[in-house]
Design a protein around this ligand. Structure first.
Ligand code: NAP
Length: 504
């Protein structure tokens, strides 16, 4: 079943257009025309979301769970068409899109189960102590409540799992918050068909029409109006450090500042400890190359930096990675802009003092091949440019003289989504030294694995200190991500008959 987009926005249950248009720029297949978003459409969507909050924010958990499961059903009913247009627009292979669709529907169903359990409400009750001396205590109850309309910015690199019905949308709807999505120009048709699925679920479940709106891309004023709209109470964002920081600053400058949950850049360092490198350096080198090149390196958890201690064993690790990356063929990147940023970023790294090229590539228009560079720890430590994310399959090996220098690198890191230790038994002492440093730097610390592949589950943390995210108390993946769209309310001496149903 081929899907041909009509190119409209969904505002409060109606498909609408504005006069300006733009064309999609698919990696392959036909380009389509889309109506471009405007501040007026954003305003209409936000007003409808606020109106919807008065019923959706007070819906039962059972009603919202059924809604989330119905969205998942409606996405599955459009499976083939979603994969087809998603693959055309993003250039991602069909297998990847099928997997990502499963992750998206799994995420929606996980949130349905999660809210039914009710633990996320974090209900507390301090009973009244009328006879307490010197003062009596009131009856105090606490519960988490939804905060209001949420703005979601779809990510270019996950057209399904981090976009229109992705993790931010699922978490917000589960919490009881209506959502306004600013679609990503890299996949407007995919955004439209997913919006169709959500729209069908809204109608089937009799949800208020403003519970979900999609405003397709336009110029920057669309996103800026959205985050500054007085009815928006928080923002979920996945994308670049520059874009995220600009929108974060706008949120902070509002008359009523609101939280901006941005998941931004990360170089996801891996520390190869000496015993592990001596015992299985070649295997680790090949493993790193595979993780680095997977999906053309367009993952926020892509391990862009590896730290080794100098010596013959680490040379064997580097040689294995070099050989594997040299054999990697070209892969299509998500957009022309991302491909261009990759080429420019690689050239900038290659031009830094002390940087040695191990694998250099020619990149055609939207196709990327890997780059591999090597640099000493002292050169790396003295040059901030070498610790900036280059989105794509680009790796840097940082060679430390000894464990002290490795520790110094760990301490110098800015916030990361992940940090990884590769270690064998003989590395335990060094790992114990590094772990307290790394847990201050990263949202997730791994041993003997690769950070690409983020499990959607209760324990997952996909976030970290700035600049990995703008809010280190939060995660954008896993059930804990619902907390971003809730706030605690204390109910003091409120009679049972008046309390919210979840507390009574
Ligand atoms: P992006 O440029 O940050 O854009 C993400 C979304 O934010 C888009 O809808 C964009 O709208 C909007 N936006 C960005 N800056 C804005 C501003 N100043 N005002 C209003 N809206 C703004 O990210 P991207 O397009 O996905 O990819 C570009 C780069 O982001 C990549 O090369 C990569 O470095 C990085 N990236 C990182 C991750 C990660 O997970 N860490 C994921 C994806 C991308 P417009 O389209 O109108 O700009």
């Amino acid at each position: 079943m081929t899907f041909t987009p009509h190119g409209k926005h969904l505002i409060a249950g109606e498909w609408v257009s504005a006069p300006e248009t733009f064309h999609s720029a698919p990696a392959h297949g036909p380009a389509h025309e889309f109506s471009a978003g405007t501040p007026e459409l954003v305003n209409a969507a936000c007003e409808a979301a606020e109106e919807a909050f008065w019923s959706f924010g007070y819906s039962t958990r059972e009603e919202r769970a059924a809604f989330l499961n119905t969205i998942a059903d409606e996405i599955e009913a459009r499976a083939e068409a979603i994969t087809e247009i998603g693959s055309q627009e993003s250039g991602l292979p069909e297998g990847r899109l099928n997997g990502e669709r499963g992750r998206t529907t799994g995420q929606l169903r996980l949130f349905a189960d999660h809210i039914l359990k009710g633990d996320y409400l974090d209900r507390r009750h301090d009973k009244a102590l009328p006879d307490r001396q010197p003062l009596p205590r009131s009856d105090l109850r606490m519960m988490q409540r939804p905060i209001g309309p949420i703005a979601v910015f779809g990510a270019s690199n996950f057209p399904l799992a981090f976009s229109t019905a992705g993790g931010d949308t699922a978490a917000a709807l589960a919490a009881g918050c209506p959502v306004v999505v600013k679609g990503h120009d890299a996949h407007p048709g995919t955004g439209e068909i997913i919006t169709e699925a959500i729209h069908a679920a809204v109608e089937k479940c009799n949800m208020p029409k403003g519970v979900f709106s999609l405003v397709q891309g336009g110029d920057r004023s669309v996103g800026q109006t959205l985050v500054q709209h007085p009815l928006i109470k928080a923002v979920g964002f996945t994308g670049s450090l520059g874009g995220g920081r600009a929108l974060f600053d706008l949120c902070a400058q509002r008359p009523e500042p609101i939280p901006f949950f941005g998941e931004l850049g990360s170089i996801n360092p891996m520390f190869m400890l000496p015993d592990a490198v001596a015992n299985r350096g070649e295997e680790l080198g090949k493993g790193w190359a595979a993780s680095l090149a997977m999906g053309a390196g367009q993952f926020c958890t892509n391990p862009g930096i590896v730290v080794v201690i100098e010596g013959a064993e680490s040379d064997a690790f580097v040689a294995a990675a070099q050989a594997a990356l040299s054999e990697q063929g070209p892969q299509v990147m998500l957009t022309d802009g991302i491909a261009e940023a990759y080429t420019t970023g690689a050239a900038k790294i290659g031009a830094q003092s002390g940087v040695q090229d191990l694998v250099t590539s020619m990149c055609d228009r939207r196709e990327a091949k890997p780059f591999l560079f090597k640099v000493s720890a002292s050169d790396w430590l003295g040059n901030h440019a070498l610790s900036e994310e280059v989105f794509g399959p680009l790796g840097i090996v940082v060679v430390a003289k000894d464990a002290d220098e490795m520790d110094k690198i760990a301490r110098s890191l800015v916030g990361q989504l992940t940090a990884t230790l590769h270690m064998d038994e003989g590395d335990t002492a060094l790992a114990r030294r590094l772990l307290p440093v790394l847990e201050r730097k990263a949202g997730r610390v791994l041993a003997n694995g690769f950070p690409t592949g983020v499990e959607v589950c209760d324990s997952m943390v996909h976030g970290g200190p700035y600049p990995a995210s703008t809010n280190f108390g939060a995660t954008s993946v896993g059930t804990l991500s619902i907390r971003r769209f809730l706030r605690p309310v204390c109910y003091q001496d409120i009679p049972e008959a008046v309390l919210p149903a979840d507390l009574a």
